[in-house]
Design a protein around this ligand. Structure first.
Ligand code: ARG
Ligand code: ZN
Length: 879
């Protein structure tokens, strides 16, 4: 049943062009495809049967080279259509019909409310028509859409609109032609009654491109930020990579029922509406930044994904890892590089490291899957991006750009592999990346151990580095990989020292080196090192590894104040806090009171007083590691003690530094203009820091904090401030908290995207009645199990966003999740599989919880109608 990379074979037939006619109807939608194809010279010669993929449709007629085939001439299987053997060129006409209105899986063509739209990546096109649905078959598409004119005035597909017209019975049609060859997964079409906002962009070679964003009528006023983000992305890609847009029109459609974030269909991106719609009253600064990043990501796919695509789905990271790297760099250039790096690393550690350490661990380029939709993972995306980033670090910016140029020169218009990408990087620069390729094939997070010794007599500092990667499912032993470690030495006076390696006549004055650990262990020696220097290691998080470095608490406190690398500085305070919090967990386990290490408070005090720091960065610096990061750092994630320790640390930091928080809050609030919102990076940073200060004041337990939060939570404020206040109040057993949430609900209950924030708050509260509240909210008129955003907000807000309540010792959270997964699986297997995730790492918990989690997994797996999506996740979890 699993698909294997090693079984890859080129397609026996290629398709050069597709003419698709889609007649949308209330009962049935009729789909006619005319395919012009030929035998693939790279896949042998002589006649071979034409085998097409197809699912959930009724085949009505097949015509081969003008002759309608008798039913005895072809076989229709559950997922394949096998036609007679063909040698030369052929023309095939397939007629079939589908019911998009019943398609709750939201793959292929589906109808949600009054809107038809598509999601074809990875294997949705086969639900529209029979077709060789694999990315290495690339064809030129022409699409004719017919629909009722009144209800579906807007008809869109990829490329350029070449014809429109009227039809009898109040119907109309539009014909779209996309001149670029593309795989079927990049096909898209939309039909509905949509509002449109139009703008334009002139490329650097002077071509004018029309930009359009389509939304539900009434939402036009919330598209401005997405449009500006798109234009910034287009400019950035020209400046940094020389990539220009290549069609006359670029369209984005925002839809409310969408499984993922967004989709890069050629010329017609389709977005989850929460990643398009924003204004300061309804979207937080975080939402604004995510929208900018995702708009950029999908736009950047036009070159890294569409012009150059993947040979097969094992190569998914070829486009996703590279495009995430590009969107991360774009956001870093638009805002604050250090802050962006910190938040990307936090995501990687919080979500990808656990995946890499659990039963669903897989390499960046997996070698087997049951359901490809399960492989749109943080490993393929975020670790994939880190792998590209390491290449960037090893080659330098100029080398990397040369590699990109060669990659495009060689492979434009092709479907290629991760290996082709690495080969282009090597050939453009002469750097040997043969061992580096292990990063694509080995799963698991390496641990790098760093020990050092300074000899005051010789002024030498010997740094000993070693690496080990744990075994992962199917990969018992690992080889050492090249690990780039950006390294500096910080002198006692707080300044980075010029570095000279032993044997070098002169270090050139550089204060940072990229050391490449490419063996199991090695020692490097720095010379001319004064006493008291502290190594700053893994600067900028230069490799996706766990670092075990021999820093003392004093070293960490020193680096937290002095490291010139923003990531290093943040990391030092995180490490110091983590050690202190883990000690508190240990004390609670031993039945002793949890006391926060004073050095953490002092480090916070010092950072709070450092007015050279940007507010946005300071707000990151002053955030304690989250519960799940702490849980991971323990052999057994003791959810209750972790929650209690973290809450106590926040109380102590809030209380001890109350005056500092209060002064900061006042200063920042005074800088906030009333009414409209300043969306500059600096203003967003100020609001982030004000919210952090407010949350600490509330955590202190003083009435003053609650009073300020209640005032800030009034629903007439801008969303960033309102949400900041509600988050600060959300765990309190106080009537003020309930009143603030109720007022928010009353103000926003008819705005689905804002209501999602309320669902997530209700589901994320540490209050003990939360599960009952969540169960009750399944009946809320604004909730629907058919809309993935609602499911993720309410159910996911509890199961993934509320560890202390989800992991209640009585197993009630697990029972709830099992029930929801089964209900969801009958509707939308892809989302159901995602929702199963919180159960897979059951080995991380105590025996009682572990048993309750595996019981829940067994209940799921014993369902007689289980999808392969959920089966794959649950069976791997239990293996
Ligand atoms: N390619 C899209 C993106 O990352 C994601 C599509 C995910 N689709 C899926 N079926 N899992 O931009
Ligand atoms: Zn992507």
């Amino acid at each position: 049943q699993p698909v294997r990379l090693q079984d890859y074979a080129p397609p026996p037939h290629l398709i050069d062009s597709v003419e698709l006619t889609v007649e949308l109807g209330d009962d049935w939608t009729k789909v006619t495809a005319i395919l012009s194809g030929r035998r693939n010279p790279a896949a042998g010669s002589g006649p071979a049967p034409i085998v097409l993929d197809g699912q959930d449709q009724q085949l009505q007629a097949v015509t081969l080279d003008g002759r309608r085939l008798a039913e005895s001439e072809y076989q229709v299987g559950a997922e394949k259509l096998t036609l007679p053997a063909v040698d030369g060129p052929f023309e095939l006409m397939i007629e079939g019909r589908i019911r998009p209105q019943d398609n709750t899986a939201l793959e292929g063509l589906y109808r949600s409310g009054g809107l038809y739209c598509t999601q074809c990546e990875a294997e949705g096109f086969r639900r529209i028509t029979y077709y060789p649905d694999r990315p290495d078959v690339m064809a030129v598409f022409t699409v004719r859409i017919e629909a009722d004119k009144e209800r579906f005035p807007v008809l869109l597909a990829n490329g350029n609109c070449v014809e429109t017209g009227e039809l009898p019975f109040g119907r109309h049609f539009a014909v779209w032609h996309d001149p670029f060859r593309k795989p079927a997964y990049l096909f898209a079409m939309v039909a509905g009654d949509l509002g449109c906002v139009e703008d334009s962009y002139v490329t650097r070679s002077g071509r004018e491109v029309t930009l359009r964003i389509y939304v539900d009528p009434g939402n036009e006023g919330r598209t401005g930020h997405a449009m500006e983000s798109l234009k910034r992305s287009m400019r950035w890609d020209e400046e940094v990579y020389g990539f220009e847009y290549d069609l006359d029109v670029f369209m984005i459609v925002a839809v409310s029922a969408f499984n993922m974030g967004a989709m890069e269909n050629k010329g017609l991106n389709i977005f989850n509406d929460k990643f398009i719609l924003a204004d300061p009253d309804t979207a937080t600064d975080g939402d604004f930044q995510r929208i900018e990043g995702i708009v950029a990501h999908e736009y950047f796919h036009n070159w890294t994904g569409n012009r150059i695509t993947c040979r097969d789905w094992f190569q998914l990271s070829l486009k996703e890892g590279l495009t995430v790297f590009r969107d991360q760099e774009f956001s870093a250039d638009m805002h604050d590089r250090g802050v962006k790096r910190v938040s990307d690393v936090r995501l990687l550690r919080t979500v990808q490291f656990p995946e890499d350490a659990g039963p669903t661990a897989h390499p960046v380029r997996p070698d087997t899957y049951i359901e490809i939709n399960n492989f749109y993972t943080v490993t393929v995306y975020e670790k994939g991006s880190e792998v590209v980033r390491m290449i960037h670090t090893l080659l330098g910016p100029d080398g990397f750009r040369k590699g990109m140029d060669l990659y495009v020169e060689r492979h434009d218009g092709q479907a290629v592999t991760c290996d082709d990408f690495v080969a282009a990087m090597e050939d453009a620069t002469g750097v040997d990346l043969s061992r580096f390729r292990l990063w694509y094939s080995q799963a698991g997070t390496p641990t790098v151990t760093a020990r050092w010794q300074h000899d005051p007599a010789t002024r030498r500092l010997d740094l000993t580095l070693s690496q080990a990667t744990p075994s992962t499912p199917g990969q018992p032993t690992k080889q050492p990989m090249p690990i780039p470690l950006r390294t500096a030495l910080i002198g006692r006076n707080g300044a980075p020292l010029p570095l000279r390696l032993d044997g070098e006549p002169d270090g050139g004055g550089a204060t940072e080196r990229v050391l490449v650990l490419d063996e199991a262990a090695t020692t490097v020696s720095f010379v001319d090192v004064p006493p008291g220097a502290v190594p700053s290691l893994l600067r900028g998080f230069s490799a996706p590894v766990k670092l075990d470095a021999a820093w003392s608490e004093e070293d960490l406190a020193f680096l937290a104040g002095a490291d010139d690398d923003p990531f290093g500085r943040w990391e030092a305070l995180q490490s110091l806090s983590t050690r202190a919090l883990l000690a508190m967990v240990g004390a609670l386990r031993a039945g002793k009171p949890a006391v926060l290490d004073q050095r953490v408070v002092e480090a916070f005090r010092a950072s709070l007083a450092d007015d050279r720091l940007e507010p946005a960065f300071l707000s990151e610096l002053l955030a304690l590691p989250g519960e799940s990061l702490l849980g991971q750092a323990l052999d057994v994630w003791h959810v209750d003690e972790v929650h209690a320790a973290r809450a106590e640390a926040r109380r102590v930091i809030g209380e001890t530094l109350f005056d500092g928080w209060s002064a900061l809050y006042e200063r920042l609030s005074a800088a906030e203009p009333a009414g409209g919102a300043d969306l500059s990076t600096a203003a967003m940073g100020r609001r982030a820091l004000a919210n952090a200060a407010l949350a600490y004041m509330v955590a202190s337990g003083r009435e003053e904090g609650i009073r300020l939060a209640v005032a800030q939570a009034r629903p007439d404020g801008t969303m960033t401030r309102v949400m900041g206040a509600l988050v600060a109040l959300n765990d309190l057993e106080r009537p003020e908290r309930d009143a603030a949430l109720a007022a928010f609900h009353d103000r926003w209950q008819n705005d689905p995207l804002v209501l999602d924030k309320w669902f997530a708050l209700k589901a994320g509260s540490a209050r003990t009645d939360t599960l009952d509240q969540v169960k009750g909210l399944l009946e809320h008129p604004g909730f629907s199990i058919r809309i993935p955003n609602r499911v993720r907000a309410l159910i996911g807000g509890f199961t993934a966003g509320n560890p202390v309540r989800f992991h209640a010792a009585d197993g009630s959270g697990y029972d709830f999740l099992a029930e929801q997964v089964l209900a969801l699986d009958a509707i939308n297997p892809q989302v159901a599989a995602r929702m199963t995730q919180p159960l897979v790492r059951w080995r991380k918990f105590d025996a009682g919880r572990g048993k309750a989690m595996t019981d829940a997994l067994r209940r799921i797996i014993h369902s007689p109608t289980l999808s392969k999506d959920v089966y794959e996740i649950a069976s791997k979890a239990l293996a």
